[in-house]
Design a protein around this ligand. Structure first.
Ligand code: GLC
Length: 571
């Protein structure tokens, strides 16, 4: 991916936009069981066609959809033109598996494109390379015995795909993106990805293309990366180690992109707003998904959440849109930083108990500091060593995320942030000062309750909180971990109600501490446990906590780890 992205005029609007709405819509909405219902339920083609014949979005109002995106603060929309089922939700000249199979007379994509054009909303098209309907696409699903693959020719399919792309790029106005997916069954060569990219560039040079056309391989020529269902720990870098353009896509519900009437778990407004801030602070965009109902309505759970994000962005958007990634690798409080020229926007999630916001290692002079919510009221600033301290009011203006704007005397210049021992020599590793390394399907997240900031919803081994810290001298430390446990476990009676079968362990550099078993509690009673002792040399260290899941889906609520010096350090 282009590493000169910071100055590329083609992608400028995308870098400024930060927030887009993803829409997964097609005949699968009729079934209401996930966009991959055809495969997951092993529905034969002729049966699936009957659902397609019922796709009749009589209540679809494209202006309402675009207004919803606007109200949410989204600056662009990406909609599935064709998902894995091969169905094109438009009227095509080359794909006869399209809206002509339905009672609906019009072309929903054209209607949406027109509404977007009217309202100045950018629009892009998702396109699945994998196609479970086209006779030439290979391979067939393993269970699909009655659909012969005889005479099928993947190359002929790719020619067809190009013609579909041509229609998308010429009949629907300006196309902001082609957002490819369903690439995993073939190599880049088999898919003729470079040829497709060149074809797109010729027809529509400003259309941005995502990295899935190139199987997300490092160094690929696409415009942006697409981490899915997680926030990368430290943003996304290319093979040269430089930051690249990326967009995290995420569902509002648990894991259905298409309409799923059986999904009952939805991310909270606070979680979604904080995720948006986190993504933007790491230099990315957030593409948040909705799966409209088959009749064209959008369920309330999506609407209320999108509108809540929009309300937050109305008040705080100055610190989101057109910003660049944080200039701080880490902050000592729970929050995130976005930068806009010589202004810092510190989005504070956890209001500091002492009401002092510490900005670490800031070399610049501070011209002014204020809350975005109350710009006229100047906040007092002082210096403490290399840090700047901002005096905050008693109450956070927004319980979810409050933005503090700091006007500097020039472009931000900061010293590298290092976690160091406090005056007693203890090293405090709070979850806010670590990085949560996670992968597809992220569940673990930071939360706060009263004065505690902690990782919650953590029950997968692939989620690994990680800290980097520095010790001034060789020393021996007692490792003490604090997490919320089952209330029963804390009353001193010994017995626990729930068998503790999940457990965690701690790795410091290459030394392992076995940790303990834990159970899931309904109470958030934070308790500290001594895990063991460890010797550490002078210098930089890494500490990670690993989780071995138990059979009951136990979730760990980790607040912090403290390394207490045992002997007096001799510097
Ligand atoms: C995954 C899903 C697919 C969905 C896509 C969105 O690849 O399998 O159904 O469209 O995510 O990024």
């Amino acid at each position: 991916m282009s590493t000169l992205y910071e100055s590329d005029p083609r992608t400028q609007w995308f870098r400024d936009a930060k927030f887009g709405l993803f829409i997964h819509w097609g005949p699968y909405a009729v079934i209401g069981r996930h966009e991959q219902a055809r495969s997951r339920l092993q529905i034969p083609q002729d049966k699936y066609d009957q659902y397609a014949a019922q796709f009749n979005p009589v209540l679809f109002d494209p202006d309402e959809w675009v207004s919803l995106a606007e109200d949410a603060g989204c600056r662009y929309i990406v909609i599935t033109s064709k998902h894995h089922d091969g169905f094109s939700i438009r009227r095509s000249r080359v794909n006869d598996y399209d809206m002509r199979r339905t009672p609906y007379a019009a072309d929903p994509l054209k209607m949406l494109a027109n509404a977007c054009a009217r309202k100045g909303m950018r629009l892009g098209f998702y396109y699945s390379i994998m196609d479970w309907h086209h006779p030439d696409y290979l391979p067939r699903r393993v269970w699909e015995r009655n659909r012969s693959a005889e005479g099928a020719d993947l190359n002929r399919y790719l020619d067809f795909m190009k013609e579909e792309l041509r229609e998308l790029l010429t009949d629907y106005g300006d196309v902001a993106f082609l957002w490819f997916d369903g690439e995993w069954e073939h190599t880049i060569e088999e898919m003729r990805s470079l040829e497709t990219l060149q074809f797109i560039k010729q027809l529509s040079p400003n259309t941005l293309v995502n990295d899935r056309l190139f199987k997300r391989q490092p160094g690929n020529p696409a415009d942006f990366g697409t981490p899915e269902q997680y926030v990368p720990a430290t943003g996304v870098v290319g093979i040269d180690g430089k930051a690249t353009l990326w967009e995290a896509c995420m569902t509002i519900n648990e894991d259905s992109w298409g309409y799923n009437k059986y999904e009952t778990v939805f991310k909270t407004e606070r979680d979604l707003i904080r995720k948006l801030v986190e993504v933007v602070s790491k230099g990315g965009n957030l593409l948040l998904n909705i799966g409209p109902m088959p009749d064209g309505q959008i369920q309330d759970e999506f609407q209320t959440r999108l509108k809540a994000i929009g309300r937050w962005l109305k008040a705080n958007g100055e610190g989101i849109y057109k910003t660049t990634a944080s200039c701080f690798p880490k902050l000592p409080f729970w929050g995130r930083c976005c930068v806009r020229e010589s202004a810092l926007y510190l989005h504070v999630f956890g209001w500091p108990v002492d009401r002092r916001l510490r900005i670490p290692g800031l070399k610049n002079g501070v011209l002014s500091a204020s809350l975005l919510a109350d710009p006229c009221c100047a906040l007092a600033c002082s210096r403490e060593g290399q840090d700047v301290l901002i005096q905050l009011p008693e109450q956070a203006p927004d319980e979810i995320a409050s933005a503090v704007k700091i006007q500097l005397d020039g472009s931000p210049e900061v010293l590298p942030f290092e976690i160091q021992p406090d005056s007693d020599g203890a090293i405090h590793l709070g979850v806010e000062a670590g990085e949560l390394h996670t992968k597809f399907g992220q569940q673990a997240k930071l939360e706060n309750v009263l004065e505690h900031v902690f990782i919650t919803n953590w029950n997968r081994p692939q989620d690994v909180p990680t800290w980097t810290f520095t010790t001034p001298a060789e020393d021996r430390y007692r490792v003490v971990i604090t997490y919320a446990v089952n209330g029963k476990e804390t009353d001193g009676m010994g017995e626990m109600e729930i068998p503790a079968l999940a457990h965690y362990s701690i790795r410091i550099d290459d030394q392992d501490l076995p940790g303990k078993a834990f159970s899931t509690g309904r109470l958030w009673v934070f308790k500290s446990f001594e895990v063991g002792e460890i010797s550490l040399g002078k210098g930089q260290h890494q500490l990670q906590v690993f989780l071995t899941p138990g059979p009951n889906g136990e979730t760990m609520n980790l607040e912090k780890i403290v390394l207490e010096p045992i002997d007096q350090a001799v510097p």
